[in-house]
Design a protein around this ligand. Sequence first.
Ligand code: 2YH
Length: 275
Amino acid sequence: MMTRLTDDMVKDIICSLDSTDDTLVSLTGMNTLELACDAIGISPDTINTHDIRVGVVPVTSGLGIITRFSDSVAEIIKKLGMEAFVTESPDVAGLAEALSAKCDIIFMADDVQFIAINAGNGRYSNNSFSTAAGYVSALKGAAKGLAGKAVLVLGAGRVGSIAAELIVSMGAEVTIYDIDGKKANDLSRRVKIKVADDVGAALSSHDLIFNASPAPIEADHIREGSIFSSPGIPFPFDDAGLKKVKAVIHDPLNIGVAVMAVQSASFSGPMELNR
Ligand code: 2YH
């Protein structure tokens, strides 16, 4: 299932950029830029964010414009130190505008794909990989390492599958649950993971969880002191659940967009940008 952001989910992103960054530091030990660099395996001092110009192109196709989506993407990118603006026109005219303005990176999203194109060489990052990689780094930071630990992944869709693979590659023991057991079983034939068939039992026996599912998480199932890295929308916890967890890393857009920007920039060396 493809989850689409709503106007309501993005309405507070811009006014809470500083507090989102502070919360991330307190939960993971990394700010948004450091986390994005960690997610793709580069050091923050190898990327000169101030030299990078980004255009964000609103896209009207399908279900159309999400109010403040493009503005929020641009502001998240500015907070990383890059120059960013939203094009005046949407769609192809907006793309032409971004190319004329010699943007190094161009962000565009429709209902299926959300990508950041490196205009210098045509390579692009995508939101599913970037979200998975960013939230895996966040879980690793919050758990002070994942090697040898047991991690539960909820959801075997695009983000959950990539996350499971990344977490396995970090030496953790991964169990996956998806309401569609076939999806979880198919993934287990490709990646060395266990498959759970009871979400309650799986949650009760794990305290490190990567949540890439749109389903709510019942408070009764949560183990006291659990750490959740939770890109899944909508926000899955009620008040009783929040009282039991030690940490929840969650935002509607910030971590995924930051990893996309940094990864797309990394496709050209810092000295080889599109100007
Ligand atoms: O939210 C979405 C898709 N679910 C992206 C899926 C990527 N994992 N797209 C945003 C659509 C934005 C809209 N076209 C706009 O305002 O430009």
